[in-house]
Ligand binder design. Structure first.
Ligand code: CO
Length: 134
């Protein structure tokens, strides 16, 4: 069911500083900042050729990233995103198998303009998984 690794997301306390490190120290190809108020984040992507690294900075008081950074003030790996060919079929298979989809269980439009779902980390080895429609 899962396909390509679309991205690995890292929560960062200072997006501009993280972008500069990836660009200047690691020599990465870093995108422009995207501000996503409906997700409570500002993001930038580092294109590594085979996948992307998504740098996530909290936006607004009730950002889902704020609680993560309260526990890990230096930042850290937040989630990994796999592509799926059929998100609705994937959701049906997961819920039938007892896995929990976060929120109201319905897809939202993610940072790439495609529908996404998030799966409960307690059901997947302590890892927050995002599924993105191919
Ligand atoms: Co993501």
């Amino acid at each position: 069911m899962i396909g390509r690794l679309n991205h690995i997301a890292i929560a960062v306390p200072d997006l501009a500083a993280a972008m500069a490190r990836y660009r200047d120290l690691l020599g990465g190809r870093v995108s422009a900042v995207q501000v996503l108020p409906e997700h409570g984040v500002s993001v930038a992507f580092v294109d590594t050729g085979n996948t992307k690294v998504e740098l996530l900075e909290p936006l607004g008081a009730d950002s889902p990233i704020a609680a993560f950074l309260a526990k890990s003030p230096n930042g850290g790996m937040h989630h990994i995103c796999y592509e799926v060919a059929d998100l609705a079929a994937a959701a049906a298979r997961l819920t039938a198998g007892g896995a929990r989809i976060l929120g109201d269980g319905r897809p939202r439009i993610g940072a790439h303009g495609k529908p996404v779902l998030f799966l409960h980390p307690k059901d997947f080895d302590g890892t927050l998984i995002e599924l993105e429609q191919e």
